[in-house]
Design a protein around this ligand. Structure first.
Ligand code: GLC
Length: 427
């Protein structure tokens, strides 16, 4: 039985706050969701065309890594294997890997090197589901779940052999690529016709990961409550900081997409704006959480222009405002942010960051903060934001609740996606 990571091991994770998720595999050719094999009930034979045509001739991991760094991201997690079972590395335990496609060579080695060179930490996502492995019994989530003919063969499938296969592969991933900072197992669905810890042999898997990479940070999808280092709300922003099994505030990371699908989806038009994405990042940090924002590269090996555009917008904001994100977390409980605002707080520098999601009319009132702060400025240009003193200005119609701090803002919103006011705590 292994123990969870210590606060020390997690310190970089809770400091850095912002990472890139990458979903890439042969489903990128279908370009209509990484679950296409399941959604369209494709057999291995029908899905094979994507394997046979995988040739990402424009793959340039240095460019990916540069874009991630410039967006302000500090770590990356890539799908080494997704549910379709296809592996991005030269695994000796299956021929269903990238070296047997027209591309013909390992993708993870150059990937890991490029991201490390840009100063990012590296994690591997590894799918527990596997819709290709011959020993993986058909279950409710399998592309052939509705086929009695396929189900008949379940008697010949031995899930313990599959669990061993996973351990062998995880060993490859955690011994051949240097230091790996995160392992992101996905996912469990215990119960009738599902799979959970007994099928995956989750305890052995997590023990192995922690033994091979003692500092590694492990997510929470192995169906082993209490063994994980962080929680992973997916495609939603929690209302408050999630709790761990003991009811204590948990380390957590929301994973989010640009448009709904994780894998490249050509025809999806539900792309979030830069402002919305920033809102999610800030909202997460204000509740002590991280954001893992996903890119689904194309089958040519490039980032879709819509992704590049969002990353660039995020980067412009992060360059000047990253100080309200890195090293920050939630503000003390009794400091309640005004409507349409989020606070983040840096306990080291003792600065409070007020993020304005909607631009107020001239004044903003910060309940209970009067007398606590000595100076305030906009973060993007370090221009002073004045404390408003209604009494001194003789404005009798402006009633300020005692104890509240009022800031006097410009009439017009500054030209920043989400303006931030930085407040310096008095000694
Ligand atoms: C879900 C999906 C999967 C995606 C993952 C990311 O579990 O099955 O396609 O990789 O979420 O969190």
């Amino acid at each position: 039985m292994t123990t969870k990571n210590s606060t020390d091991d997690l310190s970089w994770f809770v400091h850095d706050r912002f990472g890139m998720f990458i979903h890439w595999g042969i489903y990128s050719l279908a370009a209509r969701h990484e679950w296409v094999k399941n959604r369209e009930h494709l057999t291995d034979e029908e899905y094979q065309k994507y394997f046979e045509h995988f040739n990402p001739d424009c793959f340039d991991p240095k460019d990916w890594a540069r874009q991630a760094r410039e967006a302000g991201m500090k770590y990356v997690v890539i799908t080494s294997k997704h549910h379709d079972g296809f592996c991005l590395w030269d695994s000796k335990y299956t021929g269903y890997n990238v070296t047997k496609t027209p591309w013909g060579r390992d993708l993870l080695k150059p990937f890991v090197r490029a991201f490390r060179d840009e100063g990012l930490r590296v994690g591997f996502y590894y799918s527990l589901l596997d819709w290709h492995h011959p020993e993986y019994p058909i279950d409710s989530h399998h592309p052939q779940s509705e086929s009695n003919e396929f189900r008949k063969n379940n008697a010949k499938r031995d899930v313990s052999k599959y669990a061993e296969y996973m351990r062998n592969q995880v060993k490859e991933l955690l011994t051949q690529y240097g230091e790996i900072n995160i392992i992101w197992f996905d996912f469990s669905f215990p119960g009738e016709d599902g799979k959970g810890r007994d099928d995956w042999e989750s305890q052995k898997l997590i023990d192995l990961a922690r033994k091979l990479q003692p500092g590694i940070i492990v997510n929470n999808r192995l169906d082993l409550p209490g063994s994980n280092d962080f929680e992973t709300p997916e495609q939603f922003q929690p209302q408050e900081q999630p709790k761990d099994v003991d009811g204590n505030p948990a380390v957590w990371e929301a994973c989010q997409t640009f448009s709904g699908s994780w894998g490249y989806h050509r025809d999806e038009n539900s792309w979030k704006s830069v402002e919305q994405l920033l809102g999610m990042l800030i909202d997460g940090v204000s509740k002590n959480g991280n954001l893992l924002l996903n890119v689904g590269p194309t089958a040519r090996g490039t980032f879709d222009l819509r992704a590049c555009d969002r990353l660039e917008g995020l980067g412009q904001w992060m360059k000047l405002n990253g100080r309200s994100i890195y090293g920050c977390g939630s503000a003390p409980d009794d400091w309640k942010a005004p409507t349409d605002c989020r606070y983040t707080w840096n306990p080291q520098t003792k600065r409070l960051y007020l993020h304005l999601f909607a631009w107020p009319f001239r004044y903003i009132c910060l309940p209970g903060l009067r007398g606590k702060f000595g100076y305030a400025q906009f973060l993007h240009d370090a221009s002073e934001v004045c404390f408003y003193k209604a009494e001194e200005k003789g404005n009798s119609s402006f009633k300020i609740t005692p104890g509240d701090l009022v800031l006097e803002l410009s009439i017009r919103k500054p030209n920043v996606s989400v303006p931030v006011v930085e407040l310096f705590l008095n000694d």
